[in-house]
Design a protein around this ligand. Structure first.
Ligand SMILES: Nc1ncnc2c1ncn2[C@@H]1O[C@H](COP(=O)(O)OP(=O)(O)OP(=O)(O)O)[C@@H](O)[C@H]1O
Length: 468
């Protein structure tokens, strides 16, 4: 039998972009391609969803070994027939279940060479079980939880900064995790075995701050009844965390500049200098540059302290994290108090994500704790939240039925799927993928989960960018 010769077999190419485009236009169906040796060369996201096999499991494998269809067992339908059009058949999924699909396929043949490959499309005639790994999940980076690829990229980049030992200035609103990041830097640094010593520069008077930082000798001032070691001595070979550094009184800034420059200082009432080897990590919620402009902060000290400046984004700019952190901390609070977890319907989650969270993660933790205690086992409604949630510009009126739970769901709490799809960036870029892979130590499933894309898509992007 003479077969039609195709000008170019699409299955020869490693990554047929237009096939990917077709597949994207029809995401519910499985699209895959094989070459003349029946090796799978393309595997769509829809194929992963429908059949349950990840791209990394099937690409490069013989189709009869990688996937199981009913027609395969009777000989390769694709190889025997040029075209298969809308054939209803049962296909096995990875978990052994069967799914009814409508198969369309086209094979390519060369005059001399015979079978050159083919493309197959399987349209589901019934709904497959939803894949478990479509939603993102939190990654724990030294206690900092996030699913935001950009934030995680910044965090993973800190490993290098931690090792260099340079001074770091962290800027971010209150509750964004500045102290957590400072602790992570310390934990990843060669100083990890020595002390991490925090001090809040905004809450102490000048005299007290001087005595706390530098220590004093007995009799240095009224009330100095004994020698006191300062925090600079405590943090020797470790890290001193200067929280709210912009609040440092001017006199103390001058004393601190000497330590930062020369690693030397003098305790109050002492007649000799001491040396110390301290790494400074500072945090501020205001601009230190602005404080310099306003002559409230020494410029020379600012430059010494902000060798590496970091900015922590507010929670409202990491919307992907809000539902995940909410569920995480709600569960934690319930476990701590031995209470049944309340359910958070999608409308509530939507309200939480439109709220600006001025207190950031700290505020979220507190609200979750309050809800855990006041609504055990219930369906949470906006009325359960503190009043500011209903006052936020994006919040619906209290009478908006859309934000009230279904009457049936009040009686029977149901698990709340986080409705996060709409905030997912459609296509993570190479740095985001590299960061996710680094954070998940190369585990494709976890990285895909974090990026909110399927393993098939991640696998294709890895191959495209040589990240395999
Ligand atoms: N990404 C995060 N994952 C988990 N917990 C977080 C995260 N960010 C902040 N937290 C928690 O929120 C609380 C506040 O964090 P932290 O004290 O580090 O913030 P901060 O920016 O230093 O705040 P402030 O400026 O008010 O001192 C802590 O309980 C911390 O554990």
């Amino acid at each position: 039998m003479t077969r039609k010769v195709t000008s170019r077999s699409v299955v020869e190419t490693q990554s047929p972009d237009y096939l990917e485009t077709f597949a994207r236009l029809d995401p519910e169906s499985a699209y895959f391609a094989v070459n003349g040796n029946q090796i799978i060369t393309f595997w769509s996201d829809g194929a992963e969803t429908l059949l349950g096999y990840g791209a990394e499991e099937v690409l490069g494998k013989h189709c009869s070994q990688a996937i199981r269809c009913v027609t395969c067992s009777k000989g390769c339908g694709l190889k025997e027939y040029t075209n298969v059009s809308k054939l209803n058949l049962s296909h096995y999924r990875k978990d052994g279940s069967e799914i009814l699909v409508q198969k369309s396929a086209s094979a390519f043949f060369g005059n001399e060479q015979g079978f050159q490959g083919g493309i197959e499309v399987l349209k589901p005639l019934e709904r497959p079980e939803p894949p478990l790994e479509r939603s993102r999940s939190l990654v724990d980076f030294h206690g900092i939880l996030t699913a935001d690829a950009q934030f995680l990229n910044m965090l993973t980049g800190l490993r290098h900064v931690a090792h260099t030992g340079v001074n770091v200035l962290i800027r971010g609103e209150s509750g964004t995790g500045k102290e957590l990041v400072a602790k992570a830097l310390h934990a990843m640094s060669p100083r990890a075995r020595r002390a991490f010593v925090p001090i809040n520069c905004g809450t102490l008077s000048r005299e007290f701050l001087q005595s706390e930082l530098f220590g004093h000798r007995r009799g240095a001032f009224t009330g100095a009844i004994s020698d006191k070691k300062g925090l600079l001595a405590e943090a020797d070979h470790g890290t001193l965390f200067l929280d709210e550094v912009a609040e440092l009184p001017f006199e103390v800034q001058a004393m601190l500049l000497r330590v930062v420059q020369d690693q030397r200082y003098r305790s109050l009432g002492d007649s000799r200098d001491r040396s110390t080897d301290v790494r400074f990590i500072s945090a501020t919620h205001v601009s230190l540059r602005q404080a310099v402009k306003e002559k409230r902060f020494r410029e020379d000290l600012m430059f010494r302290l902000r060798v590496v400046p970091l900015f922590l984004p507010p929670l409202r700019d990491r919307k992907i994290d809000i539902p995940l952190l909410w569920q995480h901390f709600l569960l934690k609070s319930c476990q701590r108090h031995g209470l049944p977890q309340p359910s958070s319907p999608p409308d509530l989650i939507r309200l939480l994500t439109t709220y600006p969270w001025p207190g950031n993660v700290r505020e979220l933790i507190n609200v979750a704790e309050m809800i855990a205690i006041t609504c055990p086992g219930k369906v949470v409604t906006p009325q359960h939240l503190p009043p500011e949630f209903r006052e936020s510009p994006a919040a619906p009126a209290a009478t908006d039925q859309a934000f009230l739970p279904e009457p049936s769901s009040v009686a029977r709490p149901e698990p709340c799927p986080p409705p996060i799809e709409s905030w997912m960036p459609r296509s993570p870029d190479r740095p985001a993928i590299e960061a996710a892979l680094r954070a998940c130590e190369g585990n494709t499933s976890q990285a895909a989960k974090m990026l909110g894309i399927s393993r098939a898509t991640l696998w294709r992007k890895r191959k495209k960018w040589g990240l395999v």
